[in-house]
Design a protein around this ligand. Structure first.
Ligand SMILES: Cc1cc2nc3c(=O)[nH]c(=O)nc-3n(C[C@H](O)[C@H](O)[C@H](O)COP(=O)(O)O)c2cc1C
Length: 163
């Protein structure tokens, strides 16, 4: 299975840490949206799209790449992110699911979104920098163990579907 991780991690490399762990389990290359063309993505059996969450969605360069993808059939993708507020609170307290915008774009191009991963990451945005930031030290060892478990399960799901 040829896998690729498209990554953009600009704030504290938190999504980069997640991508590195994913890459080890999935034996996947990591490229930024600027290092890959939409057509080159077709060379991979599985593509993970990930970044930090900014204004409750993935980074603009990742969303732009998704907009420029050709329409596909039977192509597998997954979504990952780190955010200041955990995605598990989406739907509560008026927090939108931060994966929705990217997921809709991928689905509209014909991708099957096999699974999704999110954990919190260090956040010093805006006023948070004056109080030492939020989620210092995250993703931590435990978060990265969850990433590993996620990747193992994803690998199993994708290989079973391909049988
Ligand atoms: C400009 C900016 C906007 C952000 N907006 C959100 C947001 O809307 N929701 C959220 O949960 N976190 C938000 N965050 C926190 C980041 O998603 C979090 O720090 C993430 O781990 C950054 O990932 P990175 O280090 O890989 O870039 C924002 C951070 C920045 C710098």
């Amino acid at each position: 299975m040829k896998s690729l991780l498209v990554l953009i991690s600009i704030h504290h490399n938190s999504s980069g840490k997640v991508a590195n762990t994913l890459s080890k389990v999935l034996d996947a290359e990591i490229k930024s949206p600027q290092q890959i063309t939409p057509e080159e993505l077709l060379e991979y059996d599985l593509v993970g799209f990930g970044s930090g969450i900014y204004d409750q969605k993935h980074h603009k360069l990742l969303l732009d790449l998704a907009d420029n993808l050709p329409e596909v059939n039977n192509r597998k993708a997954f979504i990952y992110s780190t955010s200041g507020v955990s995605r598990k609170f989406a739907g509560e307290k008026s927090i939108d699911d931060p994966h929705s915008v990217l997921r809709e774009k991928l689905l509209s191009k014909g991708y099957e979104v096999v699974d999704e991963f999110n954990c919190v990451g260090f956040n010093t945005n805006s006023f948070l920098k004056y109080i030492g930031g939020m989620n210092r030290g995250r993703p931590n060892t435990k978060d990265l163990r969850h990433v590993e478990e996620f990747a193992q399960s994803l690998k199993k799901t994708v290989s079973t579907q391909d049988e």
